[in-house]
Design a protein around this ligand. Structure first.
Ligand code: IMP
Length: 425
């Protein structure tokens, strides 16, 4: 059985918590794209854990975690997470695997990422600066360094020499900086990290497919969200990988016929970090209040997130692109104090109405959302243990989301802890 968990908005929908909630019924959890730009926050017994690369499922004993070929791996970031696991007494030997074909992020990728974004000037993307786009660019340019190369010292050196020759030329001649990278220095710093990772590196596609054949359940963990997808997102304000559900096939080596269930995660409102269009964004003091209510600060960069109303045009489109079977709504509690709540039902441009997002950036930046306003519930949700205990107006809000997005809501979350989650059943 293979289940994919995917973000339906601009990331930060609370997928870490969803994965953690579902982990118990699975033996394997795999990341299929992205890198340390992601930040999954999970709270267990009041303790807060943030992971950037390792699936949050690692907190569940008996679950194996895997980073697929579609993931880009910064060994320094991964090492920090391994040290956290060690400090917390969470064993990972024999239960954390890395694809031989995943690509390695080096300091040159991070430096170039920051430099490129600065040079974009007004067209700045506001990347996380984690070297994500530049690692994927090397992958496509066929000069990337894969994990299988990284763990073999002589291959790593040979590939690094070619890669840095090109990068240093760019740094010196185009960006006119003297900050160039030395092969020996990187090898000295990264060889011990390669040593540490070597026992975890394997042919993960074979491993996963064999595991499925023997009846084990796999949960595929998407990072970022549908509207940050390189093909279907608000290009160019997107990340550099396929974050949609289809990315699980190419990012893990799974045939499409293996996928059984796709769960879309949507926040009860909308947030976005970085630049790019955001039709339902709330500006000013009310937007700031929203940010504080939801503690909306990036788990990776600490940047304040932009906040806005729920946009059913986006989530409806996500339902189609991802083939969603169900929706998992998170952070419902954040809306609890509001006397009234808006949600976007359609868009308007030059007097015409649309029920789907425009695919060109110019139109996307100019459209205006059409809102519907609903009465809030103004009741604390923390004690809720059954669907019928939900305030009537909260149920109305959820029913309306379901109707507009044309995907059934299976589960809601109304607080950071595992216990603050409710399935509809
Ligand atoms: P990059 O992925 O670092 O190249 O950044 C590209 C865009 O994606 C920027 O707007 C980032 O803020 C955004 N982004 C990347 N990862 C995440 C995430 O995990 N959550 C939300 N936004 C993200």
């Amino acid at each position: 059985m293979v289940t994919i968990v995917v973000g339906t908005q601009w990331g930060d929908e609370g997928k870490g918590k969803v994965i953690d909630f579902l982990a118990a019924g699975h033996q394997l959890i795999a990341r299929y794209q992205g890198g340390s730009n992601a930040g999954h926050t999970v709270v267990v017994n009041g303790k807060r854990y943030i992971f950037h690369l390792i699936p949050s499922g690692i907190l569940h004993q008996g679950v194996e975690c895997l980073l697929g070929n579609g993931v880009v791996i910064d060994p320094v970031s991964l090492e920090t997470e391994l040290q956290t696991l060690e400090k917390e007494g969470i064993p990972y030997a024999g239960r954390l695997w890395i694809s031989e074909n995943s690509h390695v992020t080096l300091p040159s990728h991070k430096a170039l990422d920051k430099m490129e974004d600065r040079f974009r000037g007004k067209g700045m993307l506001g990347t996380t600066g984690r070297g994500i786009g530049t690692t994927y660019a090397d992958k496509s340019a066929r000069i990337g360094i894969r994990m299988v190369d990284f763990i073999k010292p002589e291959v790593f050196r040979a590939k690094l020499e070619i890669n840095l020759q090109l990068k240093n030329y760019l740094f010196k001649k185009y960006y006119e900086t003297d900050d160039i990278f030395q092969v020996d220095r990187i090898i000295e710093d990264y060889a011990p990290l390669a040593e540490r990772l070597r026992p975890m590196v394997r042919d993960t596609a074979y491993y996963l497919n064999d595991a499925l054949k023997s009846g084990r359940n796999l949960l595929c963990e998407g990072a970022q969200g549908t509207f940050l997808d390189i093909d279907f997102g608000t290009y160019p304000y997107v990340t550099a990988s396929n974050s949609i559900a289809g990315g699980a096939c190419t990012g893990l080596g799974l045939g499409p016929t293996r996928i059984n269930r796709v769960i879309g995660v949507a926040k009860a409102y909308t947030t976005r970090v970085g630049e790019g269009p955001f039709p339902t964004e709330i500006a000013g003091v009310f937007g700031d209040r929203f940010r504080d209510l939801g503690a909306e600060y990036g788990a990776t960069t600490g940047r304040p997130r932009r906040c806005g109303w729920f946009d059913s045009v986006l989530v409806r489109y996500s339902g189609i692109i991802n083939g969603l079977d169900e929706l998992f709504i998170t952070k419902l509690d954040v809306l609890s104090n509001l006397p009234s709540i808006k949600l976007a039902t359609a868009y308007e441009l030059n007097g015409a109405r649309f029920d789907r997002p425009p695919l060109n950036f110019q139109d996307f930046s100019s459209i205006k959302p059409v809102y519907e306003e609903m009465e809030g519930w103004q009741t604390d949700l923390s004690g809720i243990r059954a669907w019928k205990q939900l305030p009537v107006n909260a149920r109305r809000y959820l029913d309306r989301i379901e109707e507009l997005c044309q995907v059934p809501i299976s589960t809601i979350s109304f607080g950071p802890d595992r216990a603050q989650t409710l399935s509809r059943a």
